[in-house]
Ligand binder design. Structure first.
Ligand code: FE
Ligand code: ZN
Ligand code: FE
Ligand code: FE
Length: 199
């Protein structure tokens, strides 16, 4: 364990004196921030693709709404970096990269309509859950490190992610899953699932 830390490296050395443990946590905090910064930026490209492939109006609207929230979240992360005196740098998030790849796979493998919509919701909720876990952790780390500005910024985003997740749940419950199941019963012998809407 090394305890050598350049003075005022980030202008936020705690007055109580950072222990090795706190220094390690700060490094971890910064790395996780870089990870989610990459992830949010990747989502700026991925969400529009999902919205384009979705057909249910409320799903398209929810995705578009969350896209603009995500733009705000990227800026908010830049404020977090600034508040802790660290340059905003993105570091590839392998987990989000994988989740986005799975989303693309789902969209390729499903027929357009309610089934693909259900797949998009499932992929989007995995993304939201990853973000909720990440921002929850980041909030806790920021609290422990005494970074109060970061805590409130990260909490704001955490709340948005939770809301996005709940919205997706209610869309799934109220519409898509029921309809997808109905159509599957009606057309169970067809090779291609759910290509047309009956209305
Ligand atoms: Fe986000
Ligand atoms: Zn990650
Ligand atoms: Fe998986
Ligand atoms: Fe999100």
């Amino acid at each position: 364990m090394k305890s050598s830390q350049p003075n005022g490296k980030n202008g936020h050395s705690s007055s109580s004196g950072p222990s090795d443990k706190a220094t390690g946590l700060r490094k971890l905090f910064e790395n996780e921030l870089k990870d989610i910064y990459w992830a949010e930026k990747a989502l700026l490209k991925a969400i529009p693709k999902m919205a384009k492939k979705a057909t249910a109006d409320d799903l398209v609207t929810a995705l578009q709404g969350h896209l603009s929230e995500t733009e705000g979240q990227v800026k908010r992360l830049e404020q977090v970096f600034e508040s802790i005196g660290t340059k905003a740098v993105a570091k590839k998030c392998e987990a989000m990269d994988g989740l986005i790849k799975e989303a693309e796979e789902i969209m390729e493998e499903t027929a357009e309509g309610v089934v693909r919509d259900a797949g998009i919701i499932s992929a989007a909720q995995k993304v939201e859950h990853y973000e909720i876990a990440t921002y929850g952790t980041l909030c806790a780390f920021a609290k422990t490190l005494g970074e109060e500005d970061a805590v409130s910024l990260l909490q704001e985003t955490l709340d948005e992610e939770k809301e996005a997740d709940q919205k997706l749940s209610s869309i799934a419950e109220s519409f898509i899953n029921t309809e997808a199941a109905d159509e599957e019963h009606e057309e169970h012998d067809d090779e291609v699932p759910v290509m047309r809407k009956k209305k």
